[in-house]
Write a protein that binds this ligand. Structure first.
Ligand code: NAD
Length: 267
């Protein structure tokens, strides 16, 4: 096993299921101590913690709604109280509340922006404060801190029926790039991952039946639906010193979904 993240503390938001759980396990396998954040499923979070511990890793679960400023401040206070500092933030928590555009309520719009975009702003701000306070620890990592934002292929692919979600991910793109530009001089590395279609609870109806999965595969040139592990492996690399010169990018992990599939038939 690689131990590229040894002696590093990593906070993964929304890590009680899906991609967050996959990322938490991958970072733990690479040596990081994991804070498994969750908002509602304590049971899911404890299951992820147990899986990490059974595999020989270290983890704890902490509850916080990332869209609430007071809860985010309390989450970071607890992380720093327990572990002294933080080295890696995975801004992963996210939701969908779909509706045709003209039927979308203001509440649906605001809820998705609050969790997906404002939640990432709040957590990134608190992480950056701690990275700046602590500064570089050259024996631990080449960077003074790493922030990885979970975006989506929908930061570039428009998505009818999901205007709130696509807007939140488009917003994350320039949130990430602007923070990256501002924090680079302090050796804080900021990037995004743009997953394609990954099998998780958020999109169950898109892969659960054979018909739905066949339809989804027409959008994926590599002809395979992704697994949380695919994103976990990418996140572990992006958090490690192996990617020390990678800064301000979105790493699409999507089996080619961003390659305008459909055009190959018209060549
Ligand atoms: P998921 O529903 O399994 O995970 C989302 C997690 O966020 C859940 O654990 C949920 O409890 C948590 N969460 C929701 N609101 C929260 C809040 N206010 N505070 C803290 N946690 C909260 O779905 P997923 O697919 O694993 O999604 C994870 C991230 O990946 C999201 O940002 C999503 O937009 C992104 N993503 C997923 C896919 C995909 O195909 N599954 C594709 C692109 C991007």
């Amino acid at each position: 096993e690689k131990q590229r993240l040894k002696n590093q503390i990593a906070l993964v938001t929304g890590a009680s299921s899906g991609i967050g759980a996959g990322v938490a396990k991958a970072l733990a396998a690479d040596g990081a101590t994991i804070v498994v954040n969750y908002s509602s499923s304590a049971e899911g979070a404890e299951k992820v913690v147990a899986e990490i511990k059974n595999a020989g890793g270290q983890a704890i679960a902490l509850k916080a709604d990332v869209s609430k400023e007071a809860e985010v401040l309390e989450l970071f206070r607890q992380v720093i109280e327990q572990f002294g500092t933080l080295h890696i933030l995975i801004n992963n928590a996210g939701i969908q509340q779909d509706a045709p555009f003209v039927e979308m309520t203001l509440a649906q719009w605001q809820k998705v922006i609050d969790v997906n975009l404002t939640g990432q702003f709040l957590c990134a701000r608190e992480a950056a404060k701690e990275f700046l306070r602590r500064g570089l620890q050259p024996e631990i990592s080449k960077a003074a801190g790493k922030i990885i934002c979970m975006s989506s292929v929908h930061e570039v692919i428009p998505w009818a029926g999901h205007v709130n979600y696509a807007s939140s991910k488009g917003g994350i793109m320039l949130l990430m790039k602007s923070i990256a530009q501002e924090l680079a001089p302090y050796k804080i590395r900021v990037n995004s991952i743009g997953p394609g279609a990954i099998k998780t609870p958020i999109n169950r109806e898109a892969w659960e039946t054979t018909e739905a999965a066949q339809k989804l595969l027409t959008l994926i040139p590599y002809n395979r639906i992704g697994e949380p592990r695919d994103i976990g492996e990418a996140a572990a690399w992006l958090a490690s010193d192996e990617s020390d010169y990678v800064h301000g990018i979105t790493l699409f992990v999507d089996g080619g979904m961003t390659l305008f599939p459909g055009f190959e038939a018209n060549g």
